[in-house]
Design a protein around this ligand. Sequence first.
Ligand SMILES: *Cc1c(COP(=O)(O)O)cnc(C)c1O
Length: 384
Amino acid sequence: MDDKNYKLATKMIHAGVEPDPATGAIMTPIYQTSTYVQSAPGVHKGYEYSRTQNPTRHALEKNLAAIENGKHGLCFASGMAASDTVIKLLSPGDEVIVANDLYGGTYRIMTKVFTAYGIKFHFIDMHNAENIRGYINEKTKMIWAETPTNPLLNIVDIEACGKIAKEHNLLLVVDNTFATPYLQNPLDLGADIVLHSATKYLGGHSDVVLGALILNDDALQERLAFIQNSCGATPGPHDSWLVLRGIKTLHIRMQRHCENGKAVAEFLKNHDKIGKVHWCGFEDHPNHEIAKKQMRGFGGMMSFVLKEDDVDHAMEILKKTKLFALAESLGGVESLCGHPASMTHAAIPREERIKNGLADSLIRLSVGIEDVEDLIEDLKNAIG
Ligand SMILES: *Cc1c(COP(=O)(O)O)cnc(C)c1O
């Protein structure tokens, strides 16, 4: 199909998917094969070896490119493998400016893996994108932002970052895992590379780990595809198929995540034992206006602290919920809760965490698509 002519939901269902040429199967088969027969040396149908390319993965890569309004999609064995590939574009001595509120694993790969390779990462407050300017020097190559951020739901102005990146010839990488293409398309706002942990909303059913990059530039695509194939962290066909299937319902799941998210955030905000609630849909959220400008909704991710940062009470709540399962990850149909300080963000030193506003009693919620009355009742009972 000519993807450009269709709107988002249609692309989610159809982009990259053609009836199987061998059988007419309407759904992309799981091409569970490592290699492909050649009729003479070098004569083949575009597939030689499945680390390099696989038809199921290829369908997913085309679908992802279409739904992010990009030209190229690349899939990886995990979101972290996608991040790893992007950082490998750099050389020793290069510098990256990173939003200081980000996924713990991203912080870890930067500080514990790539710092040893001579790459320097500046973790800065990107509430105001203009802060970036103070850290740019002749060694700077990349700006890296997550928005909304994990777990504090801060918002980074993608368009403003894009302008600064263009002015200084830097690559802007945006982790769009939380928003998904349903709520936000960073390439349209000036990002060069969009990164996804498809493990989360894109897969949507907590049954697969997969990562992706989407971009427009042909030369950059060649460099990234070279690293993808050389380093080899590619997903298998079955995992690719699961994400391709998940994306077909992304729009209706996200619609419900947004509705339920709003109801749960408002319930928490009005609860007398709850302190601050971080959700970018609130009008008093520090960057709500930017969220409204760059997003089409506010999603089902939020976090909150107990009054007086009561950690014991937070621990009790995490043990008492029945529907909100205590688990890492997010973005599935089922609701999850987590304690970032000891779980997803344990890799960040306490001092650093507190400085960035990640309190000890902070609880993160991934609000699922169950009946919202049941979700609120569950929280009500757990909070007491
Ligand atoms: C989970 C996550 C990642 C890492 O993805 P994996 O698939 O777990 O490797 C990166 N960024 C964000 C925002 C995430 O939530």
